[in-house]
Design a protein around this ligand. Structure first.
Ligand SMILES: CC(C)(COP(=O)(O)OP(=O)(O)OC[C@H]1O[C@@H](n2cnc3c(N)ncnc32)[C@H](O)[C@@H]1OP(=O)(O)O)[C@@H](O)C(=O)NCCC(=O)NCCS
Ligand SMILES: [Zn+2]
Length: 190
């Protein structure tokens, strides 16, 4: 590892065979455990019966009872996910995201919290946390977000709403409404 790099984490493992996530000092339910892949959880509040897939990275977030989290999902500090949700593989939930109960998030859904992101200031120095404003995103109970959707900063998605696959959501979505497209618009009722 290069000088200056630090790795601070509590490594967990996911068993390909019984599909349980266990701490490094625990055993999964297989008689002879092998074939484990990493899961990283640090400083997160995880409810009972939460299922966590391989290569997941959760830090400083809260995940409610019975929620299923797919492979390669990342949840940043301060994220809250309610109970009985399903978060599809490869989705990214950034700081400021609040997800209600029973919400479906498809694969590769990207949440955003910085409307005009920059890497550096005008003088070329790196942007710090004080240089941008976080805009939280809220998703109501039982809403469903299709795979590949992008949810822009500050958006609220109402309860029971549906966001189509690949939509770019730039305006709030009212409850029980279906939106699709780029930018996402209410889908005409048949
Ligand atoms: C939005 C959605 C719920 C609509 O389903 P539906 O009501 O059965 O809609 P239909 O398939 O009858 O399509 C109706 C019209 O909307 C269009 N459409 C459907 N989904 C769309 C989408 N995501 N983006 C853009 N247009 C879409 C169809 O092409 C069709 O257009 P047309 O009327 O011009 O022919 C669904 O298509 C969708 O995107 N589901 C998410 C799937 C997903 O991501 N699953 C994740 C885990 S596998
Ligand atoms: Zn096992």
């Amino acid at each position: 590892m290069n000088a200056g790099w630090r790795s601070i984490r509590r490594a967990l493992r996911w068993c390909r065979n019984c599909q349980l996530t266990v701490a490094t000092n625990e055993r999964c339910s297989c008689p002879t455990p092998n074939d484990h892949v990493p899961v990283l959880i640090a400083d997160a509040l995880i409810g009972p019966q939460v299922q966590i897939g391989p290569f997941v990275h959760l830090y400083g977030c809260t995940v409610g009872e019975g929620t299923r989290v797919g492979a390669f999902v990342e949840m940043q500090r301060g994220v809250t996910v309610g109970p009985r949700c399903k978060i599809g593989s490869h989705s990214f939930l950034c700081t400021g995201v609040e997800i209600g109960d029973g919400v479906f998030v498809g694969h590769g859904v990207m949440f955003c919290n910085d409307r005009r992101p920059r890497a550096v200031r005008k003088d070329g120095t790196p942007i710090g946390t004080e240089d941008w404003m976080l805009e939280p995103v809220r998703v109501g109970h039982r809403a469903s977000i299709g795979s590949g959707a992008i949810i822009l900063p500050g958006i609220s998605i109402g309860a029971d709403a549906v966001v189509g696959a690949g939509a770019v959501v730039a305006k709030d979505v009212p409850s029980s409404t279906t939106v699709t497209g780029v930018p996402a618009r209410e889908k005409a009722k048949p």
